[in-house]
Design a protein around this ligand. Sequence first.
Ligand SMILES: *Cc1c(COP(=O)(O)O)cnc(C)c1O
Length: 484
Amino acid sequence: MINVIREPLIFEISSPGKSGVRLPALDVPEKLDVLDGLAIRSDLEGFPEVSETEITRHFTRLSQMNYCVDFGFYPLGSCTMKYNPKVNEKVAALPGLSGVHPLAPEKLAQGNLELMKTLEKLLCEITGLDAVSLQPAAGAHGELTGMMLIRAYHQAHGNPRKYVLIPDSAHGTNPSSAHICGYVVKEIKSNEKGTISLEDLAREMTEEVAALMVTNPNTLGVFESDICQIAEIVHARGGFVYMDGANLNALAGVTRPGDMKVDVLHLNLHKTFSTPHGGGGPGSGPVAVRKVLEPYLPVPVIEEKDGQYHLNYNRPQSIGRVKSFYGQFLVMLKALAYLLALGPAGLREMTEIAVLNSNYIRHSLKDVYHLKYDSPTLHECVFSDKFQKDFGVSNLDISKRLLDYGLHPPTMSFPLIVHGALMIEPTETESRRDLDLFIEAMKAIDREARENPELLRTAPHITYVRRLDEVQAARNPVLRWEKK
Ligand SMILES: *Cc1c(COP(=O)(O)O)cnc(C)c1O
């Protein structure tokens, strides 16, 4: 990574009269009298004036300061920051697909509806469930939709119920979604293996409980191997099993949530299925359900009859719309292109490599970094800073130092059940060479922690921006440039 002087703001490199383009002389009046005083905003003074070279270099330099998955390894646990094939972006950008108006009449959008229906069918196959809504725009949005379906079902059967059970290893969005849906969250403690204790579950599971929300594999990367018994306990009391399937590259093509007796599940197309995740871009969190919940799915529902596709809004039990139009169409296209390119065998291979890569890292680092739960993991593994703490070095210091090695840090301090957590999800797109670079960097950082802890406590040293005062940055964000 290069160590440069601070890149100035574009306003600071501006000088009056410079321009990136040379325009021909005006052949119309410079301003229209009728618009005088109306069209010119006086609050927008001081546009930057720079040449084409300056503006190109300025933005190119800024783009180099960012870290992205096209640049290097991005082991952010629970986020599936994998490399996404560019060809899927090309597919989604085809003019006939990207240019269609969301209000185009059904007759003119048959091809688009067919693509969506095809994706629905593939997702049913992958999840082992009966019906899918592609509408939700994110994972958390899918969770909320799923919980609304469960609530609608219970309501229609006389009582929405009061509680939702969630293990302490759950993703933070789970309790939020249950709460927003009007449920009181009850936490289930993990046992020493990091999984749900059947005894605790049996005790908490009453007829007042609407559902259990479970992430499988959980956020420790550990597979809930008792999932079928878990589901039986929940079903015996008339509850539903909601599974958070945001990180399905731990299971897809190998096993199916439907076969594990799960009733509702959301997927993150923007993690597992080839849409870049992060940067606030559009996402898609489809929800898959068992037949009994199908009547409650959001409207419209795509229906197929004699090769014709139709959007059905006439669904009296539906929870209504959860998204304008029909969700993030272009994200669905990328997922479909990805799935068709991989095929069933490719999908299975994706999962197998994701799991292999995670276990390779866990095995290579387990003598150097503390593992609170040392069971075999699926797609991710969670270390902690326990050993390095003896030298006054925390997970934050380790993460900051990784930046000096040109690597993105892992997820930190999550899941909450591991103190000082470093949660690593390599994903299937990393080569052995890239994994080894990361492992070597982590080992070198451990040596530094012993020999020169101060070096870590003041890291990073060679990045564009050094250690930030994160409390100040959060409490007093400076978001506006003031002319001095
Ligand atoms: C990412 C993630 C979510 C939330 O997905 P968003 O699209 O960010 O809302 C939920 N659960 C798990 C396990 C996740 O990894």
